[in-house]
Design a protein around this ligand. Structure first.
Ligand code: UD1
Ligand code: MG
Length: 432
């Protein structure tokens, strides 16, 4: 895009219809927040500036978004709208943060997480020399949405909020999605002229449209081909529906990349997960944000991979295995009924059925290290911190005490586990 771009994300609304204490724009959607998701969509447009307009629970929302968007944008400004007085007021506040900026101003909502960068790019390109381009749609449910007003030649002449509509206007099925690309130089004076002359006594951003038209402008509109992209989240039911749509997008992307997801309807994969080709994901598997899975791995059925778990090529996590911040080397296997938390497992190690890394002592989490080629017997409990050397072995049912370091190549057994003998035969030395 040739013109510099600024994005204003509106997120000062209260969102009381969700009935939960979490601020609406922080509700989780496939491992990201609603607002974080909405903002990420503009990353590919490489905006020069990003301004997020907040108010309710601002400190909490800002802190969460700052953390979530670290490294995503070079700079994000958070501004306080004060008591929200309408979308026009919110953009006025956003524009104050953009003093001196000249270029495209793209307005998005923090509670519309399904919008894609592709549609927004099209919206910006469509503007041309007009003061504004707007996104419209013909969704099934138009209740509560602003109606698109056109003259008898079909020209876009205004937006009327539902509460301000005449009966004829209410019948209009083309609605305003709330996404616009403005020319910053046309937007500023139009915002300054807004008046709260409407049923809600608010400053409506949508009144800028009629203002531009009165000034003789012709405004292009982009019809969202997929009306779901513009869907906002107002309730937990909306959230569930948005998650289902986002989940489908994520799964399709992995399928496209050559990941064999046996039953996409029974698989959950968060954002920010990498999976190599030829990996098979069996049903009832949940893979959390930030997991990295190599090529040719086997996962599930009924596996739960949590934050930051890494499987190198050819590793396997099978039935009823939970892994949290676990790192499995190439070809390492934990096929049944296992918990691996804060564990590093070397290449080709085999973790027997029912193995548990007891990583939590009630206060702190501790790491477990299992060397390459180790063989952990069924039902072993490794109380962390613990180390099992390369090629070492524990017998079935061993309980390895915290602080234990089993040397390479030794076989240990018992409760608590003690040295028995070298692996592969030979007499054991006495335990100290
Ligand atoms: C707005 C549009 C409507 C459109 C609809 C699409 C106006 C006047 N109306 O209606 O034409 O069909 O979106 O969803 O713009 N917000 C603030 N500060 C405010 C008010 C709102 O930040 O003072 C934020 C909200 O948090 C939300 C977004 O702006 O993310 C939209 O606000 P909302 O109240 O939902 O607008 P609608 O009345 O639904
Ligand atoms: Mg709304």
């Amino acid at each position: 895009m040739s013109r510099p771009l600024a994005v204003i994300c509106l997120a000062a609304g209260l969102g009381k219809r969700t009935r939960v204490s979490t601020p609406k724009v922080l509700l989780p959607l496939c491992g990201r927040s609603l607002a974080g998701t909405a903002l990420r969509a503009v990353r590919e447009l490489e905006p020069a500036r990003v301004v997020v307009v907040l108010h309710h629970q601002m400190e909490r929302v800002q802190a969460a978004l700052q953390k979530e968007l670290e490294g995503v944008f070079a700079r994000v400004d958070y501004v306080d709208q004060g008591a929200p007085r309408g979308t026009g007021h919110a953009v006025q506040v956003g524009m104050q943060a953009l003093a001196g900026f000249v270029g495209d101003v793209l307005v998005i909502y923090g509670d519309c997480p399904l919008m894609t960068g592709e549609t927004l790019r099209e919206l910006c390109e469509l503007r041309g020399d007009a003061p504004c381009s707007a996104l419209t749609a013909y969704p099934e449910d138009i209740n509560g949405l602003g109606r698109i007003l056109r003259d008898d030649q079909g020209r876009f002449v205004g937006i009327r909020e539902q509460r301000d509509c005449s009966p004829e206007e209410l019948a209009i099925d083309e609605v305003n999605c709330g996404f616009y690309c403005f020319d910053s130089e046309a937007l500023r004076p139009a915002l300054a002229r807004l008046q709260p002359n409407n049923a809600q006594g608010e400053y409506y951003l949508t009144d800028c449209i009629a203002d531009f038209v009165a000034g003789g402008a012709e405004l292009p509109t982009l019809e969202a081909l997929d009306a779901t992209e513009a869907q906002g989240v107002n309730s937990l039911a909306d959230l569930a529906m948005a998650q289902a749509i986002m989940q489908e997008r994520i799964l399709l992307q992995h399928l496209d990349n050559g990941v064999l997801i046996v039953d996409p309807g029974a698989t959950w994969i968060d954002h920010d997960v990498e999976i190599g080709a030829d990996t098979v994901i069996q049903p009832a598997t949940v893979i959390g944000k930030g997991c990295r899975i190599g090529r040719g791995c086997e996962v599930g059925p009924f596996a739960h991979l949590r934050q930051g778990t890494v499987l190198e090529d050819g590793a396997a996590l099978g039935n009823f295995v939970e892994a949290k911040k676990a790192h499995l080397g190439a070809g390492a296997k934990a096929k049944h009924l296992t918990y691996l938390g804060d564990a590093t497992v070397g290449a080709k190690a085999n973790i027997g059925c029912g193995t548990i890394t007891a990583n939590y002592d009630g206060v702190h989490k501790h790491p477990t290290q299992i060397g390459a080629g180790a063989f952990i017997g069924s039902g072993t409990v490794l109380c962390a911190p613990a180390t099992v050397g390369a090629g070492a072995m524990t017998a079935a049912g061993a309980v390895v005490k915290p602080g234990t370091s089993i040397p390479d190549g030794e076989l240990w057994l018992g409760v608590p586990a003690r040295f028995l003998r070298r692996r592969g035969g030979g007499e054991g030395k006495q335990e100290a």
